[in-house]
Write a protein that binds this ligand. Structure first.
Ligand SMILES: CC(C)(COP(=O)(O)OP(=O)(O)OC[C@H]1O[C@@H](n2cnc3c(N)ncnc32)[C@H](O)[C@@H]1O)[C@@H](O)C(=O)NCCC(=O)NCCS
Ligand SMILES: Nc1ncnc2c1ncn2[C@@H]1O[C@H](COP(=O)(O)OP(=O)(O)OP(=O)(O)O)[C@@H](O)[C@H]1O
Length: 197
C-alpha cells in the first residue's frame, strides 16, 4: 500500500516546482492544475459543460483561461459555477491516477486540498510556504494575472498561516537547493516510518 502525501500551498508558493523535486526523489506525482489543463483542452471533459455555462469561454474547441478570468472578474458567482463542473472531473482523474500509480510514496499536488476537505484522504500533508510579498512578486513576474485577479484568487484560499498550522510538514521554497533538501528529508522520514510499520 502506497503512502499518500498531499502537497498544498497558496497560489504561487511553489507547489509545482516542489512536486518536481518529489518526482526526482522517486515519487509518482499527480497535479490537480495539470488535470484541469487536460480537461480544458480540445476533447477534454470540461469543455462542453463550461460551454453550457459560459459560451464565450470556449474558443476553438477549448476553454480559454483568459476568457474565464475575464468572466470571473465580472461575475462574483462564476468561479463557484466553474468549480461545480471542474472539481468532480478532477476527482475522477485523481482516482484513476491512484489506481495505476506504483511508487511507495504518491504525491498529490492540490492547491485547494484543505478548502475541499481532500486532506482527510491523505496519510500526511506538506505545505509550501514563502512570505506573502515574495509570493505576490513571483506571481506578478509570471505575467499571467493582473494584481486584481491575483488578490481575488488569494482571498478564495485558506490563509497561508492556517495551511501551515494544519500541515504535517512545511517546505520553505526560498531557494531550490533548500527546497530539495527539505523534500529529501521528508521522503527519507516517510520511508523510514513505512519500513518500521
Ligand atoms: C481561474 C483560472 C482560470 C486561472 O487560470 P491560470 O492559468 O491563470 O492559473 P492556474 O490555473 O495555473 O491557477 C493558478 C493558481 O490559482 C489558484 N486557483 C485556481 N483555481 C482556484 C479556485 N477555484 N479557488 C482558489 N484558488 C484557485 C491555485 O493556487 C492555482 O494553483 C483557473 O485556475 C481555473 O479555471 N480555475 C477553476 C478550476 C479550479 O478550481 N482549479 C483549482 C485546482 S482543482
Ligand atoms: N524553491 C524555490 N526557489 C526559488 N524559486 C522558486 C522555488 N519554488 C518555486 N519558485 C518560483 O516561484 C514561482 C511559482 O512557483 P510554482 O509555479 O512552482 O508555484 P505554484 O504554487 O505551483 O503556483 P500556482 O499556485 O500558481 O500553480 C515560479 O516562478 C518558480 O520558479
Amino acid at each position: 500500500m502506497s503512502f499518500a502525501l498531499g502537497l498544498t500551498g497558496s497560489i504561487g508558493m511553489g507547489k509545482s516546482t516542489t512536486a518536481g523535486l518529489f518526482s526526482d526523489a522517486g515519487c509518482d506525482v499527480w497535479d490537480a492544475d495539470a488535470a484541469v489543463h487536460r480537461l480544458y483542452e480540445q476533447g477534454g471533459a470540461a469543455v462542453s459543460p463550461i460551454r453550457d455555462l459560459f459560451p464565450e469561454a470556449v474558443i476553438d474547441g477549448r476553454v480559454s483561461r483568459d476568457a474565464l478570468k475575464r468572466i470571473i472578474g465580472q461575475n462574483p458567482d462564476a468561479l463557484k459555477q466553474i468549480e461545480s463542473v471542474v472539481h468532480p472531473l478532477v476527482a475522477l482523474d485523481r482516482t484513476q491516477f491512484r489506481a495505476l500509480a506504483t511508487s511507495d510514496i504518491l504525491v498529490f499536488d492540490i492547491p485547494l486540498l484543505f478548502e475541499t476537505g481532500g486532506n482527510v484522504a491523505m496519510d500526511a500533508v506538506a505545505c509550501v510556504s514563502i512570505p506573502d510579498e515574495l509570493q505576490k512578486n513571483r506571481v506578478m513576474d509570471r505575467g499571467t494575472m493582473t494584481v486584481e485577479q491575483f488578490e481575488h484568487i488569494r482571498k478564495k484560499q485558506l490563509p497561508n498561516d492556517e495551511k501551515v498550522a494544519r500541515s504535517d510538514y512545511v517546505i520553505i521554497t526560498d531557494t531550490l537547493d533548500h527546497a530539495r533538501q527539505q523534500v529529501e528529508q521528508i521522503v527519507a522520514s516517510i520511508r523510514e516510518g513505512m519500513a518500521n510499520a
